[in-house]
Write a protein that binds this ligand. Structure first.
Ligand code: ADP
Length: 229
């Protein structure tokens, strides 16, 4: 698409009217962006699989990571009312905020992509003794029964997803990141319709009183090439 359109544009510069040329440039731009996104996802997946993702955990309030993800997705979420329900007394977590933000972004993007415009998205969290559970729920078509686990596999897409851009890596990346944190992620259908994705993050008992040691490995943000950022 990029090659074909740019080649037509080069050849037809003298004859094509400006509006057509603008349209063709927009196509080239959109396709380049899509390719960038795809390469970012492939690199993320490769890093997860090769074990080279360094999880750089720090004590963080979940609220901050959620806020960052929502801000980044502002335009993609403009057609969906998002309700967040985070208990005020949620304990601090040890997490890699760059990576967990990526998990939230992938889940929220899916909740916006695979559901009709206007349908609500609910993000909530709850704490148990050993872990915090984060849930992202939508009112879309849900997951075909039997596919709840397979959607986390690399390149697996539900047949009806064909009309949407995507390659089936977003959830595999989420699983890689959550498991690297010692948590779990799963999908279910929601009573009343829609999908709900839940992931856990283990709680550590006591937040440190002193700053963590400074000889921690250098953090390489996995999202360096990810155009989400
Ligand atoms: P992609 O979005 O690129 O296809 P993902 O790994 O993020 O890849 O998702 C895999 C598949 O799971 C999607 O193709 C879609 O069929 C299904 N899916 C993901 N999120 C939802 C959702 N919130 N509602 C319904 N189906 C979903």
């Amino acid at each position: 698409m990029i090659k074909g359109t740019s080649s037509s544009l080069l050849k037809g510069r003298a004859t094509l009217n400006p509006a057509t040329q603008d349209e063709m440039l927009q196509t080239i731009y959109d396709e380049a962006e899509r390719m960038n996104w795809l390469v970012g996802n492939l690199l993320d997946m490769t890093r997860i699989e090769s074990g080279s993702v360094q999880v750089q955990k720090e004590w963080q309030p979940l609220e901050e990571v959620v806020g960052a993800a929502l801000t980044r997705l502002e335009s993609q979420l403009r057609n969906h009312p998002v309700t967040t329900n985070l208990p005020a007394d949620l304990p601090l977590l040890t997490l890699d905020s760059v990576l967990i933000e990526q998990v939230l972004i992938n889940l929220l993007e899916n909740a916006a992509t695979y559901t009709p415009a206007g349908s609500p998205i609910d993000l909530s969290a709850s704490a148990a003794r050993d872990a915090i559970t984060v849930a992202i729920a939508d009112r879309g078509p849900g997951i075909p029964s039997g596919d709840e686990d397979r959607i986390f596999e690399k390149f697996y897409r539900v047949a009806s997803a064909d009309s949407q851009r995507g390659v089936g890596l977003g959830l595999a990346i989420c699983r890689g990141i959550v498991e690297a944190h010692g948590g779990r992620i799963r999908a279910e259908n929601r009573p009343g319709g829609g999908a709900i994705f839940r992931f856990t993050l283990p709680l550590q008992r006591t937040p440190p009183l002193v700053a963590p040691e400074s000889d921690a490995p250098t953090h390489q943000p996995m999202t360096a090439n990810n155009p989400h950022h």
